[in-house]
Structures are given as structure tokens and as C-alpha cells.
Design a protein around this ligand. Sequence first.
Ligand code: TPP
Length: 594
Amino acid sequence: MTNPVSPATPSGSFTMADLLVSYLRKLDVEFVFGIPGGAIEPLYNALARSERAGGPRAITVRHENGGAFMADGYYCQTGKLGVCCATTGPGTTNVITGVASAYANHIPMLVITGQTALNSFGKQAFQESSCTGVNTLAMMEPCTRFNTLVSHPGQFELKLVTALMKAFGPTPGPVHLSVPIDVMNSPHPTGEPQYDIQALMPELLSASTGSVERLVERLRVAKRPIFVLGEGSRFAIGNIILAAQVLQAPIVTTPQGKGLISPYHPLYRGVIGFAGHQSAVESLRDEAVDTIVCVGAALSEWATNAWDVSTLMNQRLIHVDQEEQNFALTPMASLHVRGSIAHTFETLLELLTCETEETWPPVNANPREQWSFTLDDPEGFHADSNPIHPARVMRELPNYLPRNTRYIAEPGNSFAWAIHYLHPYDQRMRGSRDFGSTLFKTWIEFASMGWAIGSAAGAALALKDQPVVCITGDGSMLMSGQEITVAVEHKLPLIYIVLNDMALGMVKHGQRLTGAERIGWQIPQVDFARMAEAMGAKGIRIESPADFEQLKDIDLRNLQGPMLLDVIIDPEAVPPITKRTEVLKEIAEEVLSV
Ligand SMILES: Cc1ncc(C[n+]2csc(CCOP(=O)(O)OP(=O)(O)O)c2C)c(N)n1
């Protein structure tokens, strides 16, 4: 029987690789990010056939790690499985950082790597990475939720389907299939998927009625509730904001939850945790606050200011989540509500029964700078200095970029400046039920340099014509900037903002703030605008706030390819990372006092 979605090879056989692509198509996945090589060729052959038939297609990246970051960015904007692939040996070792990042950030991702042919195992075959070679399966083990070698063709389909189910499991994450070339190339007996994969995608269990009723009871009697929104709030953001409005509860977010709510929402008090706002911290410390409803948050070190007891991690906490791993961090919570966040808030609103359209506050017609949270350095935010203050860069960006622009911020000082000072002109006062409605994305758990450069390309491919901004540092650009050529190749409307301080800035400022030795942070001067031009992108140099005016001559709503702004920033401006450095200092002092 022939397969309607993935035509077979010219010889007529339908390989395991064709089968894999058929499953991806059923899941509506559009892209497989990776780099070809001998052992993974059967998959690329199938992808070539798939592309011709309008199915999932290969996006060739420049470093396999970038492919994993792009798969991450694709998932974050669409909710669809991220898929990346690599050849055996160095291709697989290259991809590992991106897979580890996805593991830490709970990203559903399918990672397919090649292996040499089964009969060559143990014979020092070229790039052999079986258990008797450079054991790539062993390397993947700690950073995947399912990890297996497909040792014969009969296993392929059942292991693939198991992997797909596990990727979206109770704690989502990357899954890895290591596939010998001969297994990938072998014919599938029936030529079509045997499983109804859509039906097998795990349904999230609903929270028990009792626990949602207890939550509602607690909210009814709460004198002063407050909401803390993490990234998992995206599953019900409209209803969560509505619930907060009904209760007139202030809202703060973790750094990962920033972007789900408009900065101009009257109830919003800013970000807690790394690079956050004092107003958010004070809102939580307010003694009148008796109930903290924390929704969908990985309560990691940086999200919570090292698990600070005085703000979030105390008995006032009610923890609502659907990812089991997140609950392990909140034994102190007075109530846990475990189950689909979407279902919990639908039920909660039904039980509160008082919501009406009238409870929405009026949409702020001109939200510029009318937010209800405090900035650490308002002078820097408004500074006219040359070189430009990085906080001022954050202030300028929304002035020029379209309102639907997505911002993705790189680990380093970039995410610190952006978390604190970037406030897109966001009119979404009512939240949104769309999965990918966050206007700002960063991850603070694994925090690999180069993540944003890759992730932004995956996001831009997913979002088609909507502009995406990647805010990154010069160190990260030197580490992963080659991926710009992917954006050039696919004409992506991607704008790279390089905060150029000729330094590994976070390291430099961190060393200064902690009184450590000053070492290893210098970077030579690089003209990134010219680098971008050499790669086929548009390059612009920005030294002062006035230089942003050049953007007025560019149709940013209709970019036909990437653009890079090489922003020469004031290298002395201290980023909002003092909370982080205080923790580092405390750790150093504890070690010394032992
Ligand atoms: C792959 C990787 N290596 C090292 C680090 C440690 N690190 C965190 S931030 C940083 C400096 C980043 O420099 P740059 O990209 O120039 O950004 P800046 O901090 O100057 O904004 C380093 C080295 C890391 N997070 N990831």
C-alpha cells in the first residue's frame, strides 16, 4: 500500500525514515533542524521526498546545537513538537548542549541521531558512536526523558511512537532515538503508520474537583490575594488574568512568564526573581497579602531569588501547575492543585461565577510608560548618553518595532536588561488564549549562550511574516552568529540586537560586583554590522539614541530578510544583576567559612 503523505523512494520502498516523516506530518510539524552526514542520509532522503510532497522539510543549520535551539524556538511559538537531527559521532556530540537546554526547560523535542551500520559496531567504523565507540547514547541519557538505540527495524515504529508520547509526558522534554543507518533505510512492512498518533498524545489530567473547590474557597476568603505567573500560565492566560481581575489581585510574573501579560495592565507589578522589579518583590512581601497563587512556574533559583522565603516560598503559597516536577519545590505550599491549568481556570471561573465583561478594566488607549512597577535605574532608561545606555536601548526598541514583534533575550546581560527594562507596547489587556501569545521569551535555567540566536530563527520560521527580535551579546554572537546565514537563506524577518561592550559583560560585571579576580572577560572589537553584511544580512551601527532614527526609513513590518543592529553600549552601565551576585557572594563566603 502506498502512503499518501510521504511518497516512497524511487525504487518504491517506503523506509523507516519515510515512516518517521509521516508521523511528523500527522503531528503538523513543518521543520526538521539539523546537518546531514553519512549516517543520517536516509532521513534526509526521506525529507527531500517529503518536501516535494509539501510535507515537513529540512532546515540546514550551521552547527547542530543551533538546530536544537531552533527546534526549541519553534515549539515555544507553536506548541508543536520541535524536531532536530544530527549525524553520528561529532554531529551528535554537537547537538547535546541544545538538548540539555530543552531538558532543563521542559521542551517537547524529538532528537534523531544517526549511527553506523549495525554490523560495523565494535569495529572502529568511521565516526562509530555505539556502546563500543564514543557512546552517544550514554551521553544523551542524563538530558533526555526517553533515550534508546533502535537495534532492529521491527523496533522502529514502536520506539518512535513511545518517544513521541514521552516528549509530551507529565514533565515534557527531549526524547532521543539513535538509529543505525541500515535500520533507518530498511523498508517498513506496510508503508503507512500503524498508530493513530493524535489519539495517543497524552491528555493532561484535570485537577480533582476537590482541589479546585478548595482553591476557590481559599480565594473567596482571601483578604488580599496576589497572582504569580510562570511560563505555564500560557495555557490559560486569558482566564487567569480574568480571575485576577475578578478578585482585584495584583499580578507579578517570573522572568519566564514576562510577556504573557501586558506591562501596562493596571494589576501588573513587574517581574520577581532574576533582574526583576522591586515593586514585584514588595507586592509579595506586603504583610497584608495572605494568599499567593503561583501558576505554572518552574520555581528555580533565578525565578525565586534563590528560593526566597520572604516573598514566594512560604505558607501563603498555593501552587497551581500541571508539570509534576515543579511541585517538588513547594513542600511549604498550603495547597497544591495539580492538573491541566486550562481546566483548573475554566472551573475556577465557573465556580467564582461573578465574572462579566464589565469587570475588565478599560483598555489603555495610549499605554506609553504608564505601568505600575518601579525601575531600578530610571536615569539610565532615559539617558541620552553616547555610547548608549543599555536600558535606553530597551526603551527605544518598542518605539520603532511593530506591536506584534516577539522579543527573545539571550543569557548574559542581554536577558537582564530586557527582563527589567524592555516593555513592548502591548494592548492585550485581556490576555489571550493563543498558545504562542507571549511577546517575550527567555529561559533562565540552563541559560546557554547562543540559545536566543538559534531560538529566534526557529520562532521566525514558525511565525512566518511576524518580526522577531533577538537581543544578544557580542560574546554570544561570536559563539553562534553563524546561524544568521540560516535567517538569510530563508529570508526571515529577524532583527538581531547585539549589545556590543567588547566584553563577556555578565562575567565582567559579576566579577566586579562580587570582588572576584578580574579575568577572562575581554573581547576584541568586532564590527558586527559589517559581519552581518558579509553574511548577506543588513547591518546598522548604533551608538546613540538618535541613531535609532535610521530605522524609520526601513519597512520593519515587511522585512524580506534579517537585519543586525550593532549597538555600541556604555560598557560601564551596571546591569540589574545585583541579586544574583549577592547570592554568588554568599556562596563564596560560606565556602570560605567552612
Ligand atoms: C555556553 C555558555 N558558556 C558560558 C556561559 C557563562 N556566561 C554567562 S553570561 C556570559 C557572558 C556573555 O557575554 P555576551 O554574550 O557578550 O553578553 P553580555 O553579558 O556582555 O551581554 C558567560 C560567559 C554560558 N552561560 N553559556
